[in-house]
Design a protein around this ligand. Sequence first.
Ligand SMILES: Cc1cc2nc3c(=O)[nH]c(=O)nc-3n(C[C@H](O)[C@H](O)[C@H](O)COP(=O)(O)OP(=O)(O)OC[C@H]3O[C@@H](n4cnc5c(N)ncnc54)[C@H](O)[C@@H]3O)c2cc1C
Length: 403
Amino acid sequence: MQKNHYHAVIVGAGLAGTCSVLALLKQFTSRGLKLAVLDKQDVLTPQAGNGADSRAIALSKSTYQSLLNWVDHAKLSLISEPILDIEVSEAGSAASSFLNSNKREGPYGYVVTAADLQTLFLQTLSESALSQSITWYSPDELIDYTADEQEVELTLNKSGRISCDYLLACDGSHSQVRQLAQLPVQTEGFDQSALTAIITVSDNPFSGRAYERFCETGPLALLPLKQPDQFALVWCLPPAQLATFKQKSAAAQINSLHTVLGYRAGRIRTIRLGATYPLNSYWMPQAYCQRTLFLANACHTLHPVAGQGFNLAVRDILAACQLLDNSKSVNRLTWRAADVVAYHQRRQQDILVTRQATEFLVRCFSNNYQPLRLLRNIGLCGLQIAPPLKQAMTHFAMGYRTK
Ligand SMILES: Cc1cc2nc3c(=O)[nH]c(=O)nc-3n(C[C@H](O)[C@H](O)[C@H](O)COP(=O)(O)OP(=O)(O)OC[C@H]3O[C@@H](n4cnc5c(N)ncnc54)[C@H](O)[C@@H]3O)c2cc1C
């Protein structure tokens, strides 16, 4: 039986996979690309549980600008709430710092729920004139994969064998492609899980303000949502404490949150718990092999403290599209061997800096050693009174990188 051949197969249709498909179709418009997308979950049936969920994603400004090239502006703005400033503080200390956007640069970033963003990506793909260029293998699962100089061959659980010129592995932290390619991965546990929830508040004193609060047990973030007086909560806690928190009544949960947060974001009225995530970091020292690139969580999974995972993924996607756009000829994706090495070096630099900054925050603020606490307070106050440092940090978190 003849197998189907594609210019590229994208394994994994989470946020990174669907976003990669959009970016490829946009970049290679009118070049007759044939793409296949594979996911073990049924991503095309709404609410089928496709990996996207009620977790909120803080989009840096540069990510938001990239998304505007791929999805309709009005539809994106309908689901995203601008972040005008961020209060960073530490529980048990009076010190805090504010990262503010300014009129010239506009909002600091935007908040969307992962579910809304995934729906928008899938809708855009299905409505696009290029939707005929995509074959969906969903639900189906990758069970084998081989790659040589000519092509990549995949064996799928239900659909049998397919092949492609290039493969983009967007299949998440436990990437099956990575395992089949036998590429190494470095893993580190944080002994924390992330609890997500949606809270509603009254008397919110600052519209558009996000909060990052470092507590003894782990960081807590409140991100403003599109719906008035709603915030998305991400609270990183040791798993046992998280389990205890979940067993409490809603009123007791709200009380515990006020103990940690105070009333800086208003009075919490309701809380709706979402999914919880065990937190580990993963990093591939080599994120490519024969005709295959590893993107997003498949090659770097970060602690969510600084909200950088998807933002980093979008920079992976932009770089991958550029790499594959070498032939400038109709109907082809190609990369040059020398270019893939340079691509990888540039991506690894960005990933390393973002990982290190993220892990520094987790380690530094989860340590209760008294002199370190003092240094942290000085750091938070210093940030507040040192505009150049603050400006540099704000630009970093907005997703801008110097080349
Ligand atoms: C609590 C929390 C908060 C976060 N907040 C932020 C934030 O504010 N800002 C930010 O930038 N990032 C944030 N992130 C990170 C962000 O969610 C991820 O980086 C982003 O969703 C990219 O994920 P992905 O698509 O690479 O992987 P996944 O979402 O894991 O998707 C992988 C897909 O691959 C499929 N798959 C897996 N194996 C196979 C297989 N063998 N065959 C076929 N399909 C397969 C899965 O079904 C899934 O659909 C946060 C993460 C967490 C946990």
